[in-house]
Design a protein around this ligand. Structure first.
Ligand code: SF4
Ligand code: SF4
Length: 456
């Protein structure tokens, strides 16, 4: 499979977007600008966290994903299902029942994405003990990996080189099927994703997803399955026999799922703004020595993924309940039994590169000069952070000006003072506003949100 360097799963439908700025205001990496009345995502800065998708009032932001019918391009159609998917269903519905209904949708095989968790946990513990760059940062959440690459490049060396379980499991299943006599090109593995970041990672920028062919939106699949499960009778079914995973595997994608199983001093931080705050402290050497960091972009880990149907707290409780039922039941996957199938290259990734998108210039002395100019510009900007210029806040506008992507006159407050001192004509000021907010933005429109004929 040929991969692009950078891929983003989140897109804006400009026919629907009306430039309300909600997305721009919540983006943790200042990756959104408003231009011509529409939201524009700056690809270099976006980390596919999905915060913008959550707040858009008109669903103009969507995830690009594979169509379910793409699975039929393959004879052997594998669904790779993470435990948070089963956490969408009440615990009275077993994993076996859910998987059996997935077969009815056309999948020939349904496997658990956490199959390799116990193996990965051992390797991560080994690496955490020996790693010189403390703390070792988990590879689990692709949005966090991207965040570190673009916003905290000096911490990129702290990212582990152990493959996340989903990729190691996909590699394992692919090899197992090949061993059973199925030709490699006939095998299509589709990951059922709880978030946009995993779509972006699988389709684009990461180096470790070669075993996965496509991604299915979890919410879409849940809706399809729910109807089928509701209408099916338990007695009729021949249920698949699944490998018994350890309770640890079931809880792995939840907050503390990894950290609670690592040796040494381990911290777990979830929700992207919390993670950014923590990484800023870490970068400034304000955190005492920690051996391992579990960082997740979503609140409650994958249970808070933007493509989940259910409430994240309910999902956590259901998975904890499923894990409790397994606690005394089994030891998890015996790694040694599979040693001849899985090789080191399936378990490790090479060191990731930094992709600094926030640095002002590649040349250090130029970057310092630009920083000085930003500070200078901030003396003139009002510091209101209103977003009326089309940039998320005054400091982002100052940066856009220094990078020659905007002008001081984009600030609506400065426009007034420029008009007063005759440095800007009224007509020019209107043209500037139209450039940011679109030509008809200032026209009377009684159908817009909150107006007297809203929605007519
Ligand atoms: S939140 Fe507002 S500006 Fe952003 S995409 Fe949706 S409609 Fe457009
Ligand atoms: S996905 Fe996250 S980083 Fe990207 S534009 Fe949306 S809020 Fe910003």
């Amino acid at each position: 499979m040929k991969k692009q360097q950078i891929y983003h799963a989140l897109k804006v439908d400009h026919d629907i977007c009306y430039g309300c700025t909600h997305c721009m205001n919540v983006c943790p990496t200042d990756a959104i600008r408003i231009n011509d009345g529409k939201a524009l995502i700056l690809k270099k800065r976006c980390v596919d966290c999905g915060e913008c998708l959550k707040v858009c009032p008109v669903d103009a932001i969507f995830v690009e994903q594979d169509d379910l019918k793409n699975i039929f391009d393959f004879e052997c159609r594998v669904a790779l299902v993470p435990s948070v998917f089963t956490g969408q269903f009440p615990t009275s519905i077993t994993e076996e029942e859910i998987f059996s209904v997935m077969h009815e949708l056309g999948f020939t095989h349904v496997f658990q994405a956490e199959f390799m968790v116990d193996v990965i946990n051992d390797l991560m513990n080994e690496q955490s003990l020996t790693n010189e760059d403390k703390p070792l940062i988990s590879t689990f959440c692709p949005s966090i990996i991207r965040l570190i690459q673009v916003k905290f490049p000096s911490l990129t060396d702290n990212i582990a080189t152990v493959n996340p379980p989903v990729n190691a499991s996909a590699a394992f299943y692919r090899k197992m099927l090949i061993k059973q006599g199925i030709a490699e090109e006939q095998i299509g593995i589709f990951y059922v994703t709880p978030c946009a970041a995993k779509i972006a990672a699988i389709k684009g920028f990461e180096k470790y997803h070669d075993s996965i062919n496509g991604v299915i939106n979890m919410q879409y699949l849940y809706n399809k399955l729910y109807v089928k499960i509701k209408n099916s009778t338990k007695e009729e079914k021949e249920l698949p026999v699944l490998p018994h995973l350890s309770s640890k595997s079931i809880q792995w994608s939840l907050t503390r799922g990894e950290a609670d199983n690592m040796n040494g001093k381990c911290l777990a931080v979830d929700e992207i703004h919390n993670v950014i705050e923590f990484l800023e402290l870490l970068e400034n050497d304000e955190i005492p020595v920690v051996d391992f960091l579990e960082l997740r972009a979503c609140d409650q880990g994958c249970a808070g993924g933007v493509l989940l149907h259910g409430n994240r707290f309910l999902t956590v409780e259901r998975l904890n309940e499923r894990a409790r039922q397994l606690e005394n039941d089994n030891e998890g996957v015996n790694w040694k039994e599979h040693k001849e199938i899985i090789k080191d290259k399936d378990l490790f990734i090479s060191k990731l590169d930094s992709l600094p998108a926030m640095s002002l210039d590649q040349d250090f002395s130029e970057a310092l000069k630009k920083m000085e100019r930003i500070r200078n510009l901030m003396c003139y900007l009002p510091g209101i952070d209103c977003g009326a210029c089309g940039s998320p806040n005054c400091s982002a506008l100052a940066e856009d000006i220094v990078q020659r992507k905007a002008n001081l006159s984009n600030c609506v407050f400065l426009q007034r003072t420029m008009e007063k001192s005759k440095k800007l004509s009224g007509e020019h000021a209107i043209r500037l506003i139209e450039k940011t907010w679109g030509k008809d933005r200032l026209d009377k429109d009684c159908r817009k949100k909150g107006a007297k004929n809203e929605g007519m």
